[in-house]
Unconditional design. Structure first.
Length: 256
């Protein structure tokens, strides 16, 4: 399953989640006006569209490790750009993606599992009209990369660290345990949060199940209260020293 680089190579996970930048007036501003150095090799930059930014943490050998690298970049952005925050989800002014990278070539069973357990589960919390209207966010969207594969169907999952780690953990399990997951799915393409939580507790390794249960419980609560990912203040959610916002907020203005 791993690319032909030797049997001792371990699975790695990476990501380049995108975000919109909001000023203190809750207006979306052009990311390239705030992030002065947007080169592709930078850990925080722009890619393809200077209105949106993206995080480029180095790859990790575990979902938890990647989540902590993302936290570091978000806190670094906050330190470098006080008065600004981030917005995730599917985007309000520009489409946002939460692409996940693996050092393997993805196969159809893995992609099917990723669609049902990751993309569908998270995208139902997002306002997908803009993203899908611009040709993004379709299921089974992936492409080969020099390092392996990039799974492109999920919207940006930066809204909450617990959700981020849960989705990365589930994606990791979809790659390693695709036959087990697809057998449980039995052709279903949209399992409920409750059923996923029960499956994780019963059938997935405990080191991943704990994060999955916490994050999918949080997504279930958001869905039940009709909360959407685009309304979450990303910096507040990821900071241990700031309260986590709950509930809907007034829609922000696209000023770019």
């Amino acid at each position: 399953m791993l690319k032909k680089v030797g049997r001792d190579r371990r699975l790695t996970v990476g990501a380049d989640p995108e975000f919109e930048v909001l000023n203190k007036y809750d207006e979306v501003v052009r990311a390239s006006d705030i992030i002065s150095d947007c080169y592709l090799e930078r850990a925080i930059g722009c890619d393809g569209h200077d209105s949106t930014g993206e995080l480029r943490p180095s790859y990790a050998y575990s979902p938890k490790g990647l989540t902590e690298r993302i936290r570091y970049l978000i806190m670094h952005f906050h330190e470098q750009h006080p008065g600004y925050t981030m917005r995730a989800g599917a985007g309000v002014c520009e489409p946002l993606g939460g692409h996940i990278h693996f050092n393997i070539v993805l196969r159809p069973p893995q992609i099917s599992a990723l669609d049902a357990m990751v993309a569908v589960s998270y995208n139902r919390l997002c306002n997908m009209e803009l993203r899908r209207g611009m040709g993004y966010g379709q299921l089974s969207e992936w492409r080969d990369q020099d390092h392996g594969s990039e799974y492109r169907s999920p919207s940006s999952w930066l809204c909450d660290p617990v959700i981020a780690e849960a989705l990365l953990s589930m994606a990791w399990c979809c790659v390693l345990y695709a036959p087990r997951i697809n057998k449980w799915l039995g052709g279903r393409d949209s399992p409920s949060y409750t059923h996923i939580i029960e499956f994780a507790l019963e059938s997935l390794p405990k080191r991943h199940a704990k994060a999955i249960v916490q994050g999918y419980n949080r997504m279930r609560d958001m869905f039940a209260h009709q909360e959407v990912a685009e309304d979450v203040n990303v910096l507040a959610a990821w900071s241990k020293d700031m309260p986590k916002p709950r509930g809907k907020k007034k829609g922000s203005v696209c000023a770019v």
